[in-house]
Design a protein around this ligand. Sequence first.
Ligand code: HEC
Length: 305
Amino acid sequence: MKEYFKFYGLVYIFFISAVVVMGTMYINDLPNVTQEKIGGLPMVTKDTTKDTTGVTADLPMIKGTLSPPVEVMKYMAATPEMVDKGKALFTMNCASCHGEQGKGDGVAGASLNPKPRNFHDLNGWTNGPSITMMYKTLQEGIITRGMASYANLPPEDRLNMIMYIRTFLPDYPPVTQVQIDSIDQTYSLTKGVKMPNQIPVKLAMEKMLQKNLSIDDKVKNMVKVINENKNDSSAVILKSVSSNLTKALTVLAQDSSWNNNEAALVKIFDNNAVQNGFRARASYMLSPQQLTQLHAYLRKLFSAS
Ligand code: HEC
């Protein structure tokens, strides 16, 4: 019996010390725990605006321009000038992923899967190593596999880079007249091409926020107008079909398809009516005359605010 108590006494002491040790470890670890776990959301603990990968952090602002006609024919044969220009552009735009020597071993590409293409190996390409396919890759990107589109670089820059990439190995497929013609026709290069506008992602997001803000203001104004004239027969109809006026007007502000079209308005009513702030089966509550009246009223309301 005495043995028995002695044994459990020891176990007890062991347990207490284990709890104390674990507790101490927890407290030491506390700064990390709070940073990562509190609120269930990861907290940003480092400055993510600083870019350490060497890849440009955001797109530069570029106004869409008409790029001048390109003499595609001359790319039948690479000149040292094309290769030099191509090399400079490659180093600036591509080496971060594809590596200075084009071996697919750039710093920014290290974590990518699939890996950036190694230009010293012609096997296993997604589009292919012919000039036509490389041009397509640079035009469209292979977005789902981590290769961006470089449609915003002038066609000649892209062709010069292709000329440079071709110097990595002697056995790139020869450039043929048929291929040059095909690039020319597909992208109408000798005619000159329209380059799309490009704006930085950050600016695009700010613009979207601004748009949402102005929608908020607009909706607030409209709700005020409606409430000030709440006995107006059109306002009464609107209120009868909406369960949440602010939400309903926001939905209408974001989707202008209904503007010239009563049927489109009905479609918005019926599409996830309840989530969108309309009453279920809202459209069935209206007579054709009421629908016409409501449509006209909404148009007036939206154009006035
Ligand atoms: C952010 C990293 C990144 C940058 C920067 C980048 N690439 Fe790529 N590139 C990739 C990845 C990843 C692939 C592999 C795609 C695949 O396997 O389909 C690839 C593939 C390619 C291919 C081969 C496509 C094929 O058919 O398999 C070409 C050509 C290419 N890149 C050219 C360029 C050029 C030229 C530039 C610079 C203007 C550039 N890349 C910049 C990541 C990058």
